[in-house]
Design a protein around this ligand. Sequence first.
Ligand code: 6PG
Length: 222
Amino acid sequence: MAAVALEAFTTPAQAAAAAADIIQSALGAAVAERGRASFAGSGGSTPGPVYDRLSTADLPWNQIDVTLTDERWVDAQSPESNERLLRERLLAGPASGASFTPLKGEGASKRTAAAEAGARIAAITPFDVVLLGMGEDGHIASLFPGNPALEAEGLAAWALTGDLAPSGPRLTLTFAALTSARMTVLLITGPAKRSVLDRGGDLPVHRYLCRATGPVRVLWAP
Ligand code: 6PG
């Protein structure tokens, strides 16, 4: 099981700032050590302030690869798109120099999209840093409780719709892609998510924490 340390902050803004600083430091160290660094970020509503702060970080962005932990099967211009979120909130300003790898490529077909996504990100794994959020059902990325994607092999998979999945199909990194990261920040807010973590169990987040090989820093604010 990964070394999991939960760090509590007074406000979500403070937790987001700490997350950005941790990510910046880890990316800078990775570039210094290996000449390049790779980052995979989550979608949803929590990471936005992290990306805003990270986008202005003094990093060699032209030596940093960026991708997503999951993506909705929507157009990249859709408000639902995680690619749009990252382009608007992270890949602006200094960070626009980073090399972005989308999960849902241009003109991707449902038949080949997961395999193509896995092939694209293979070159930038293991990630140096992953930023994860978590749903109140304990999902991370688009690895939802009971969804077949939990058992998927390779680096990327479909999270198909159904009772145990989101309203629309999504592409997601697999446990293999996520758990091999050199370090991960899990950023969660609110009492409900805190209790999901504290009470333990066999939800995707718990399976992930058991399998992660690098350190996981859990940042939480009320
Ligand atoms: C997504 C995310 C997803 C997110 C959780 C938490 O595409 O929605 O990757 O895994 O991290 O659903 O979302 P919030 O941050 O909005 O609570």
